[in-house]
Design a binder for this molecule. Structure first.
Ligand code: HEM
Length: 423
């Protein structure tokens, strides 16, 4: 019986499965290539990271279009940086950004780009919307989004798993949490899709920002039971947030769902590329939680996080000065052979699996429970219905140094082998 149609990687291409090589890749001693988006689209960043973990775990990159920065590639170093926000500040940006663009407009204003103690208060305004309880309350909504997306794909007989399935599930859910009315969610989907595909900031998207200015005004006049109202009517240090802070935080939350979509889509792809693991999961559904964690580790959709050192600090004998930028390469930490036995193996039963895909410490992904639930619900639906999903062409990887994963996964879709019982 075919569930996801079991199929090897299309065309033997590296496809969208980040870290695709079954064998550890050949060492490549050229860390400077890491800032080239083309490497992440068509090359083998894992080969470089593997070499760096062994030979240059604390590596200095000189200034070019990007500022100078330090690269960390070992699990323990990445985790330590995440867990020490006093030494490694997020307030000047958490992503590498060309010098010509200046500082990130969200610096010091969005959740991701603030330091304690302000960060804690800001997170407090949003945390309830992402709690286990809140996510449980959203499960029916997510399941419906999954079923709608799959039903449409079946109807057409084909789909792009990124655009038609994963992106929709991810975006509709955050829209609902923020408080975007159902009738506006399609427009929001269009704007985010445009921005993500063009690798442009949502903050520069006039349609998107104009819409949120209007919605913010409406929630100021009349609060509703949604996250936007919590931001509009909440306070940090006894002061209300500025309009700019509210808007940038909405943009940050919607932007963060790019990771959500990538985890879902790359998760499907990982299973298609590993038929034996798919068969294991199908035979033993108790593996689902472990499979979800392995998908997060394997796909590691957040490629890097950046921090700025607040004081001089030494790591493995290299001195990092106050003001220096430090970049942690998350997929590298998640393949660290000192922590993960057989790290280049996709193993749906892997335990323990203390990956760093969702970061660690103060800035641990606020959407983590939601992302995990979405993954579980998507996989459950696909496995339960036995819908046939089979690659109809090579998956294409994103050209980005910020997020990793598939830009598109063309699939042929065949109807479920048995209709779902009527509710
Ligand atoms: C449901 C979708 C998601 C939403 C709404 C979301 C939202 C967020 C937000 C708002 C933050 C900042 C938290 C803070 O500073 O306190 C964050 C951090 C983070 N998220 Fe997520 N996220 C989602 C899914 C994911 C996924 C699937 C991944 C990776 C697999 C991911 C990886 C991360 C990482 C690495 C950080 C730390 C960033 C940093 O501080 O440098 N997120 N997320």
């Amino acid at each position: 019986m075919t569930v996801l149609t079991e199929h090897p990687a299309p065309g033997g291409a590296p496809a969208g499965g980040p870290g695709r090589p079954a064998e550890p890749p050949e060492p490549v001693g050229r860390p400077e290539l890491l800032v080239d988006p083309a490497l992440h689209a068509t090359g083998d960043p894992h080969g470089i990271w593997r070499w760096m973990r062994e030979h240059a775990p604390v590596h200095r990159h000189e200034e070019g279009d990007l500022p100078a920065f330090w690269s960390l590639t070992r699990y323990e170093d990445i985790r330590a940086v995440y867990r020490d926000p006093a030494t490694f500040s997020s307030a000047h940006g958490v992503l590498l950004r060309p010098l010509a663009l200046g500082e990130d407009p969200g610096a010091g204003q969005t959740l991701a780009l603030t330091d304690p103690p302000r960060h804690k208060q800001l997170r407090g305004l949003m945390a309830d919307w992402f709690s286990t309880r809140a996510v449980r309350g959203l499960e029916d909504f997510v399941r419906d989004a999954v079923r709608d997306a799959l039903a449409r794909a079946v109807e057409r007989g084909t789909c792009d798993a990124v655009h038609d399935v994963a992106a929709r599930i991810s975006l509709y859910t955050i829209a609902r949490i923020i408080g975007v009315p159902r009738e506006d969610q399609e427009a929001l989907f269009r704007w985010t899709d445009e921005a993500f595909l063009a690798h442009r900031s949502l903050a520069a998207h006039h349609g998107f920002m104009g819409y949120f200015i209007d919605l913010m005004d409406r929630r100021a006049a009349e609060p509703a039971d949604d996250l936007l109202s919590s931001l509009v009517h909440g306070t940090v240090d006894g002061e209300p947030l500025t309009e700019e802070e509210i808007l940038l935080n909405c943009e940050n939350l919607v932007g963060a769902t790019e990771n959500g979509r990538l985890a879902l889509a790359a998760g499907l792809l990982a299973l298609l590329e590993h038929p034996a693991e798919l068969a294991r999961l199908r035979a033993d559904r108790a593996l689902l939680p472990a499979a979800g964690e392995e998908i997060l580790r394997w796909t590691s959709s957040a490629t890097h996080s950046m921090r700025t050192a607040t004081r001089p600090v030494e790591i493995r004998g290299r001195r990092i000065e106050a003001g220096d930028r430090v970049v942690v390469w998350v997929p590298s930490g998640n393949r660290d052979e000192d922590v993960f036995p057989d790290p280049y193996r996709f193993d749906v039963g892997r335990t323990p699996n203390r990956h760093l895909a969702l970061a660690a410490g103060e800035h641990f992904c606020i959407g983590s429970t939601l992302a995990r639930a979405q993954l579980r619900l998507l996989l459950t639906e696909v496995l339960d219905t036995g819908i046939g999903l089979e690659p109809s062409g090579p998956a294409v990887r994103l050209r980005s140094i910020h997020v990793a994963g598939p830009e598109s996964i063309p699939l042929r879709v065949t109807p479920p082998r048995r209709p779902r019982p009527a509710a």
